[in-house]
Ligand binder design. Structure first.
Ligand code: AMP
Ligand code: MG
Length: 430
């Protein structure tokens, strides 16, 4: 294990270097626009990134309508009475999808259900639970209600109050989540123009790695990184190219890099970037493209490399199984989100929660540490984060039990029980 060095970069500094080196699919030069965007049926566009603004062809809702089951009337009636109650004559009924088109006047009301078009001239709805039916009124069929808790315009939805015709309902670079699909559907649209999926190749490197199906042999272990990284990439909606396990052999590595870079936007590899192995990869990579090797003041996940080979960006991650996942979540995932065309305000790490530490933790200032934790709700209501077991950078069991990573920042020292900490949550990410 190498010592932390003051020359190591912080994860934030590394992110800035990555950010400078990549540009979004949205900024691709015009000659590469062929095949960049596609028009998909709405349901197939789930989780894809919008490639153009969506301008609304209509008002949503399309007409003023009632927000409650009740009685629509002229709100001015509320101010005209000196008594605490108003009495109105019921002259008709409007249902959702079946409007009432008769003439109306002050002193009258129309029974309405939620979503019913407001009869012209009426602007206010009294909910049905606030009214009493007047017995033996002349003319018959009248209601009365107290005016105290009601004002003109209440319980009415205005035409276009959600989305106005001609306004931008959704922006280029937004990811189409279920709510966005619903909003597009409410505009009467059944297709979306989105960026094509990002194509990402992955391979694991190491002479010691076994592919599943191979018999165990002395000194060898099964490749796990390929499964966790391919899983993370699938969750992000990438199209993945699985290039398997590649030996620490310059010829085979070169062939894998060439195959990956010819077909994809990005190549991710694990292993071969630690101090002991970096020289070997470095010389090979220098032949193939422009590369940078970084030592990051983070635990786990100290070494990482990045480069460019033709059209493809290369992310060389450490070999240890948890270090791979942590560097992916902290640094590669935001880079892929940027490449995919996501707008800048949505690019970043997974969502963070504030919790209190359930235990004392020793932490050295001068590096960022990512601890596998489970966040639970304490009986008093606050969120508490407890580590899930041994934190070795190769131990996946504690990663499996965790629902997030506690992120202890660069300058942070030891943590006491009850101290406030931030946790990067896995939900929706892995
Ligand atoms: P390296 O970065 O190549 O020096 O690898 C660091 C550690 O991670 C070594 O113990 C490797 O055996 C282990 N390792 C590397 N790649 C993988 C992999 N794909 N799956 C599981 N363990 C790995
Ligand atoms: Mg290796």
């Amino acid at each position: 294990m190498t010592q932390d060095s003051p020359n190591d970069l912080t994860p934030q500094q590394v992110w800035e270097l990555i950010d400078q080196r990549i540009s979004s699919i949205a900024h691709a030069p015009a000659e590469n626009h062929q095949g960049l965007k596609e028009r998909l049926p709405l349901l197939q566009a789930l989780d894809r990134v919008l490639a153009q603004d969506v301008t609304s062809p209509l008002d949503v809702p399309p007409h003023h309508n009632s927000a409650m089951d009740g009685y629509a009337f002229m709100g001015s009636a509320l101010g005209q009475t000196s008594s605490e109650e108003v009495q109105l004559q019921v002259v008709g009924t409007a249902l959702a999808g079946k409007s009432w088109n008769g003439a109306v006047s002050a002193g009258q009301c129309v029974r309405v259900t939620t979503g019913a078009v407001m009869p012209a001239g009426f602007d206010t709805v009294v909910p049905q639970e606030m009214v009493q039916h007047v017995q033996h009124s002349t003319p018959p069929n009248a209601i009365r209600f107290k005016t105290a808790h009601l004002k003109a315009g209440d319980n009415r939805r205005l035409r276009g109050e959600d989305v106005a015709q001609g306004s931008v309902a959704l922006h280029q670079g937004q990811r189409l989540n279920p709510a966005a699909l619903g909003l597009m559907a409410s505009l009467g649209l059944d297709q979306a123009v989105v960026y094509r999926r990002l194509k990402v190749a992955y391979f694991s490197t190491g002479d010691e790695l076994l592919t599943q199906g191979e018999l165990p042999r002395e000194g060898a272990l099964y490749d796990s990184n390929r499964y966790s990284v391919l899983g993370l990439l699938s969750r992000l909606g990438c199209e993945v190219l699985d290039l398997g396990v590649v030996r620490d052999d310059p010829v085979q590595l070169k062939a894998a890099f060439e195959q990956g870079s010819a077909q994809t936007d990005a190549i991710i590899t694990s292993g071969g970037v630690s101090v002991g192995e970096a020289d070997f990869t470095k010389s090979l990579m220098k032949e193939l493209g422009d590369v940078a090797f970084w030592r990051i003041a983070m635990k786990p996940g100290r070494p990482m490399a990045m480069g460019r080979m033709g059209q493809a960006v290369w992310f060389g991650l450490p070999g240890n199984p948890v270090a791979v996942m942590v560097t992916f979540l902290a640094l590669v995932r935001p880079a892929l989100l940027k490449l995919m065309g996501l707008r800048s305000q949505d690019i970043g790490g997974p969502p963070m929660l504030k919790a209190s530490s359930a235990e004392t933790l020793s932490k050295k200032p001068g590096r960022t540490e990512y601890l596998r934790v489970c966040v639970t709700r304490h009986p008093d209501g606050h969120l508490q984060a407890a580590t899930t077991g041994l934190q070795g950078s190769g131990m996946l069991s504690s990663m499996v039990q965790a629902n997030g990573l506690m992120v202890l920042p660069h300058h942070q020292g030891n943590v006491a029980i009850g101290d406030e900490v931030y946790v990067m949550m896995f939900e929706g990410v892995m």
